[in-house]
Design a binder for this molecule. Structure first.
Ligand SMILES: Cc1ncc(COP(=O)(O)O)c(C=O)c1O
Length: 468
């Protein structure tokens, strides 16, 4: 049995078992489960085992791993509508298997794989309408955002790499921006007081006049505006800030404009939503999470920048163990991370296998499901919806039991209902607090979700909501 860490003569059996399992799993993902299985006693015991000093028959070990996975919450299932889920795109999972098998490291030039990463980032720029940009794949929106923010700081205060933050700076976000932006500000040592939380309108979009007023006030007070972060699809409601107007302000005051499109930016590649992203091409950088609305398995985010040299100025360094050859900077000279896997392959293979058009259609279908959900809820007396239709694919809903009018009671009811829905397991939803009230927040970002799943969503909410 000792193969010196090779699978040896068990290789075929392991691959065959993997193939059989994955085939079954993917077929299973096409239909939702009626409920989620509880952790079995056997799995609980397995997960309490101590370090195995000796190996076991590999296919048996594989079977145990599959048991654990099968009793885990897979976002790939069609009725996982909580948070901003992902779908585990099949060809993307295959790409991960291949990329992991080759185990290429993009820390330095990896030849064809490095070129593939550049090519894929350019394809993505073309897809969302952010041309002439180049980018890098990161582990998530959080890392993409901090990468862009670090470049913005270097642009605003070039001596900051050497001197640190020598004077007060400000970063502008909508009051609905994702927390990762605040975290980036914290990690860059600016302190959260540098974050200017700009007012939003009734559609939850940043108010440009309030932004401009704040920038002027900061400049008058000797505070350096460092970056404006526009959200292109907020996590809470899917709101898209007015990008063109924000870009005008950024240009007027010479401030780096970053678009956090971690969730929403892929919708810019569709006919139904493209106009909402008008002006995105004027930004300095954009974050896009392919592991959200481009359906590929985690972890796969991209930060696209107009001025690639800005990344080199921010991260470039010259260490003896990192030889520099030729004109092109080493990837580690433009990234926060050192060792990086070939994350781009899953998107590259996705575009090659399905074509951009299939991605556009799947995103459009999600948007249509969101619109349908909104329409149904808005004519059903048991539901309350926001005043405006969803901009993307998040549809906040409140279930309103007959005769209940007190907002506080309605909030409590929906919070309890959300827990009951999670326990029930037919549908997965997460709650969200919007303007001080608790809502159910279905989010459609899975290509497997169908209209029949929307039927079940309403059935489950009404069934459990009316029992409470
Ligand atoms: C708008 C937005 N930005 C950033 C992030 C963080 O992305 P990640 O979880 O990939 O780090 C999220 C996550 O939901 C998001 O919705």
């Amino acid at each position: 049995m000792n193969h010196n860490l090779r699978l040896g003569d068990e290789r075929r059996d392991v691959l065959q078992a993997t193939f059989d399992t994955v085939t079954q799993v993917w077929e299973g993902f096409d239909k939702a489960r009626e409920s989620e299985p509880e952790l079995t006693a056997a799995t609980a015991a397995l997960l309490a085992e101590t370090l195995p000093e000796q190996g076991m028959i590999h296919t048996d070990a594989l079977g145990q791993a599959v048991d654990v996975l099968d009793q885990s919450l897979a976002q790939s299932r069609p009725r996982f509508l909580a948070y901003i889920g992902s779908s585990g795109l099949e060809i993307g999972a295959v790409a991960d298997f291949l990329a992991a098998s080759y185990d290429i490291n993009l820390a330095v030039d990896a030849r064809a794989a490095s070129t593939l990463e550049v090519q894929t980032s350019k394809w993505l720029g073309e897809f969302i309408g952010f041309p002439n940009a180049r980018g890098l794949f990161t582990s998530g929106g959080t890392v993409s955002n901090i990468t862009a923010l670090a470049a913005a700081r270097h642009r605003a205060v070039p001596e900051s790499r050497e001197m640190g933050n020598t004077g007060p700076m400000a970063v502008y976000v909508s009051s609905e921006a994702h927390y990762s932006n605040k975290r980036a500000v914290e990690l860059l040592g600016l302190g959260t007081r540098a974050v200017r939380s700009i007012a939003i309108d009734e559609q939850h979009r940043m108010v440009p006049a309030a932004l401009e007023e704040q920038i002027r006030a900061d400049m008058a007070a000797g505070v350096k505006p460092m970056c404006i972060i526009a959200s292109a699809g907020t996590t809470l409601t899917g709101a898209i800030d007015p990008l063109r107007e924000i870009a005008r302000i950024a240009q007027t005051y010479n401030i780096w404009m970053h678009v956090d499109g971690a969730y929403g930016a892929p919708a810019a590649g569709t006919d139904v939503a493209r106009d909402l992203f008008d002006g995105i091409e004027l930004a300095d950088s954009v974050t896009i999470d392919a592991h959200k609305w481009l359906f590929v398995p985690k972890a796969c985010s991209i930060v696209l920048v107009k001025d690639y040299a800005a990344l080199a100025a921010t991260f470039g360094h010259n260490e003896a163990y990192m030889p520099h050859e030729g004109e092109e900077p080493n990837p580690v000279d433009v990234t926060l991370e050192y060792s990086r896997p070939l994350r781009a392959l899953k998107l590259w293979l996705g575009f090659k296998a399905h074509g951009a058009s299939e991605f556009r259609s799947a995103i459009t279908k999600n948007i249509e499901l969101a619109q349908e959900t909104y329409s149904r809820a808005s004519v059903n007396a048991s539901f309350r919806v926001l005043h405006h239709r969803p901009q993307l694919s998040i549809v906040p809903l409140q279930h309103i039991p007959h005769g209940m009018t007190d907002p506080e009671q309605i909030s409590k009811h929906n919070a309890a209902l959300c827990s009951a829905i999670e326990k029930d397991g037919r549908v997965f939803l997460s709650p969200a607090v919007i303007d001080g009230e608790t809502w159910l927040r279905p989010c459609f970002t899975n290509f497997r979700t169908e209209l029949s799943d929307v039927d079940v969503l309403f059935e489950v909410i009404e069934d459990l909501g009316n029992k409470r």
